[in-house]
Ligand binder design. Sequence first.
Ligand code: FAD
Length: 450
Amino acid sequence: MTILAQLVAIVGAGHVSSDPDVLAGRVVDHTGRYRGRAGALVRPGTDDEVAAVLRACRDAGAYVTVQGGRTSLVAGTVPEHDDILLSTERLSEVGAVDTVERRIRVGAGTTCAAVQHAAAAAGLVFGVDLASRDSATAGGMASTNAGGLRTVRYGNMREQILGLEIVLPDGSLVRRHSHLRSDNTGYDLTSLFVGAEGTLGVVTSLDLRLHPTPPHRVTAVAGFDDLDALISTGRLLRDADGIAALELIDSRASALTAEHLGVSAPVDGAWQLLIEMAGDTDQSDALAEMLTDAELAGEPAVGVDPSASHRLWQVREAIGDVLGWYGPPLKFDVWLPLSAISGFAERAVAIATEHVPGVIPVLFGHVGEGNLHLNLVRCNVSDEAERNLYAAMMTLIADCGGNVSSEHGVGTRKRDYLTMSRTDADITAMRTVKAAFDPTGYLNPAVLFR
Ligand SMILES: Cc1cc2nc3c(=O)[nH]c(=O)nc-3n(C[C@H](O)[C@H](O)[C@H](O)COP(=O)(O)OP(=O)(O)OC[C@H]3O[C@@H](n4cnc5c(N)ncnc54)[C@H](O)[C@@H]3O)c2cc1C
């Protein structure tokens, strides 16, 4: 039997496709910049089906690329070997919220927005939020250990995961759903699988931690002419009780959102800091106090009710929609020491414009953690020019004490730069883990390692 016939036998004909038009839409990354090739799409509906699909593919010598919401910004779902694409979209069951233990069990294909809605309906909050919330899935977010807009308060995805189920490359199912508050029995496998980018197995469901909803929330956008002044203020705020979000916005980004979407920055200044504080009491006075000595470009814009807060978030939320306005942007996500950010910003602009005249460099992100996104907009260059620019920027990031990936992962784009953040011994240990779980290397073969 062909592998296609086997897949049909496992999941049913309605959930397997080798239609070139269907596959064409699935082999391209979110930005549209990178394209791969695939032999078929399979959409299993249960963990037993995931297990059977993996076994069949392994035995047939077929490569498998796992796809969640396909919002990866490092082309983590772009296949390179005529792979079978394994989509988790049918693993989307949302369990009941346990309001006493503050947890929820969801299928790996459940979107972030669906988890947030389920939590909100039970009066609770899910701790991870990102602009890709309508498509990004719990399984994809676990596999990339996603960060996002609330990391400064709740931590990354890893901090939200109480347990998970994962099908290993040999088709066995590991259940690490634990109802115990404390469990020190052996290796912390859950932690190993989080951030593994699908190289060690397919996550099929997760137990997620939920948090109480703070009754009071205040949002502000403050403008700065000097990036160092913004960063000093951010450094103070990130350790403040009640901090809920701390986002850097480049006025070049707000100029784009104003021009193309009619969403203007609410304040002046070359740089803007979006601040949100939340707690059991009104945080407005505390926020005003912390901004007293800040070198602001003018009066901050402040909102305490949900609609005012929504308006202030608009510029930040709209950034994702304009980055692709002039063609696929070139993306870097980078952690930097706070003291290195403004030097990096200046030199990055110089490098980008030297390589691509007319490029629009845009820097934004989760500045509380030094976790930033540099996007080069209007950057339509040849493959070779892109490789040179990419290498120059990664060298700058390394010079500034930054890392390979702050939150998007390595995917297929950053495989060549592992040694920037990991020693040879570290990489050998990671390869040993990969080989132990997946000796033939058929699962997500293009991700993480070359
Ligand atoms: C507008 C926008 C904003 C974003 N903002 C942020 C942000 O603030 N913070 C952040 O961290 N990221 C952000 N991202 C990146 C992206 O949304 C995250 O990386 C997200 O976690 C990916 O989830 P996904 O379901 O789309 O995964 P995919 O893109 O489908 O997959 C990502 C990786 O995980 C693997 N994978 C997916 N599902 C599974 C599974 N069930 N089991 C095993 N492996 C799996 C894939 O093979 C791939 O290697 C953003 C993206 C966009 C487009």
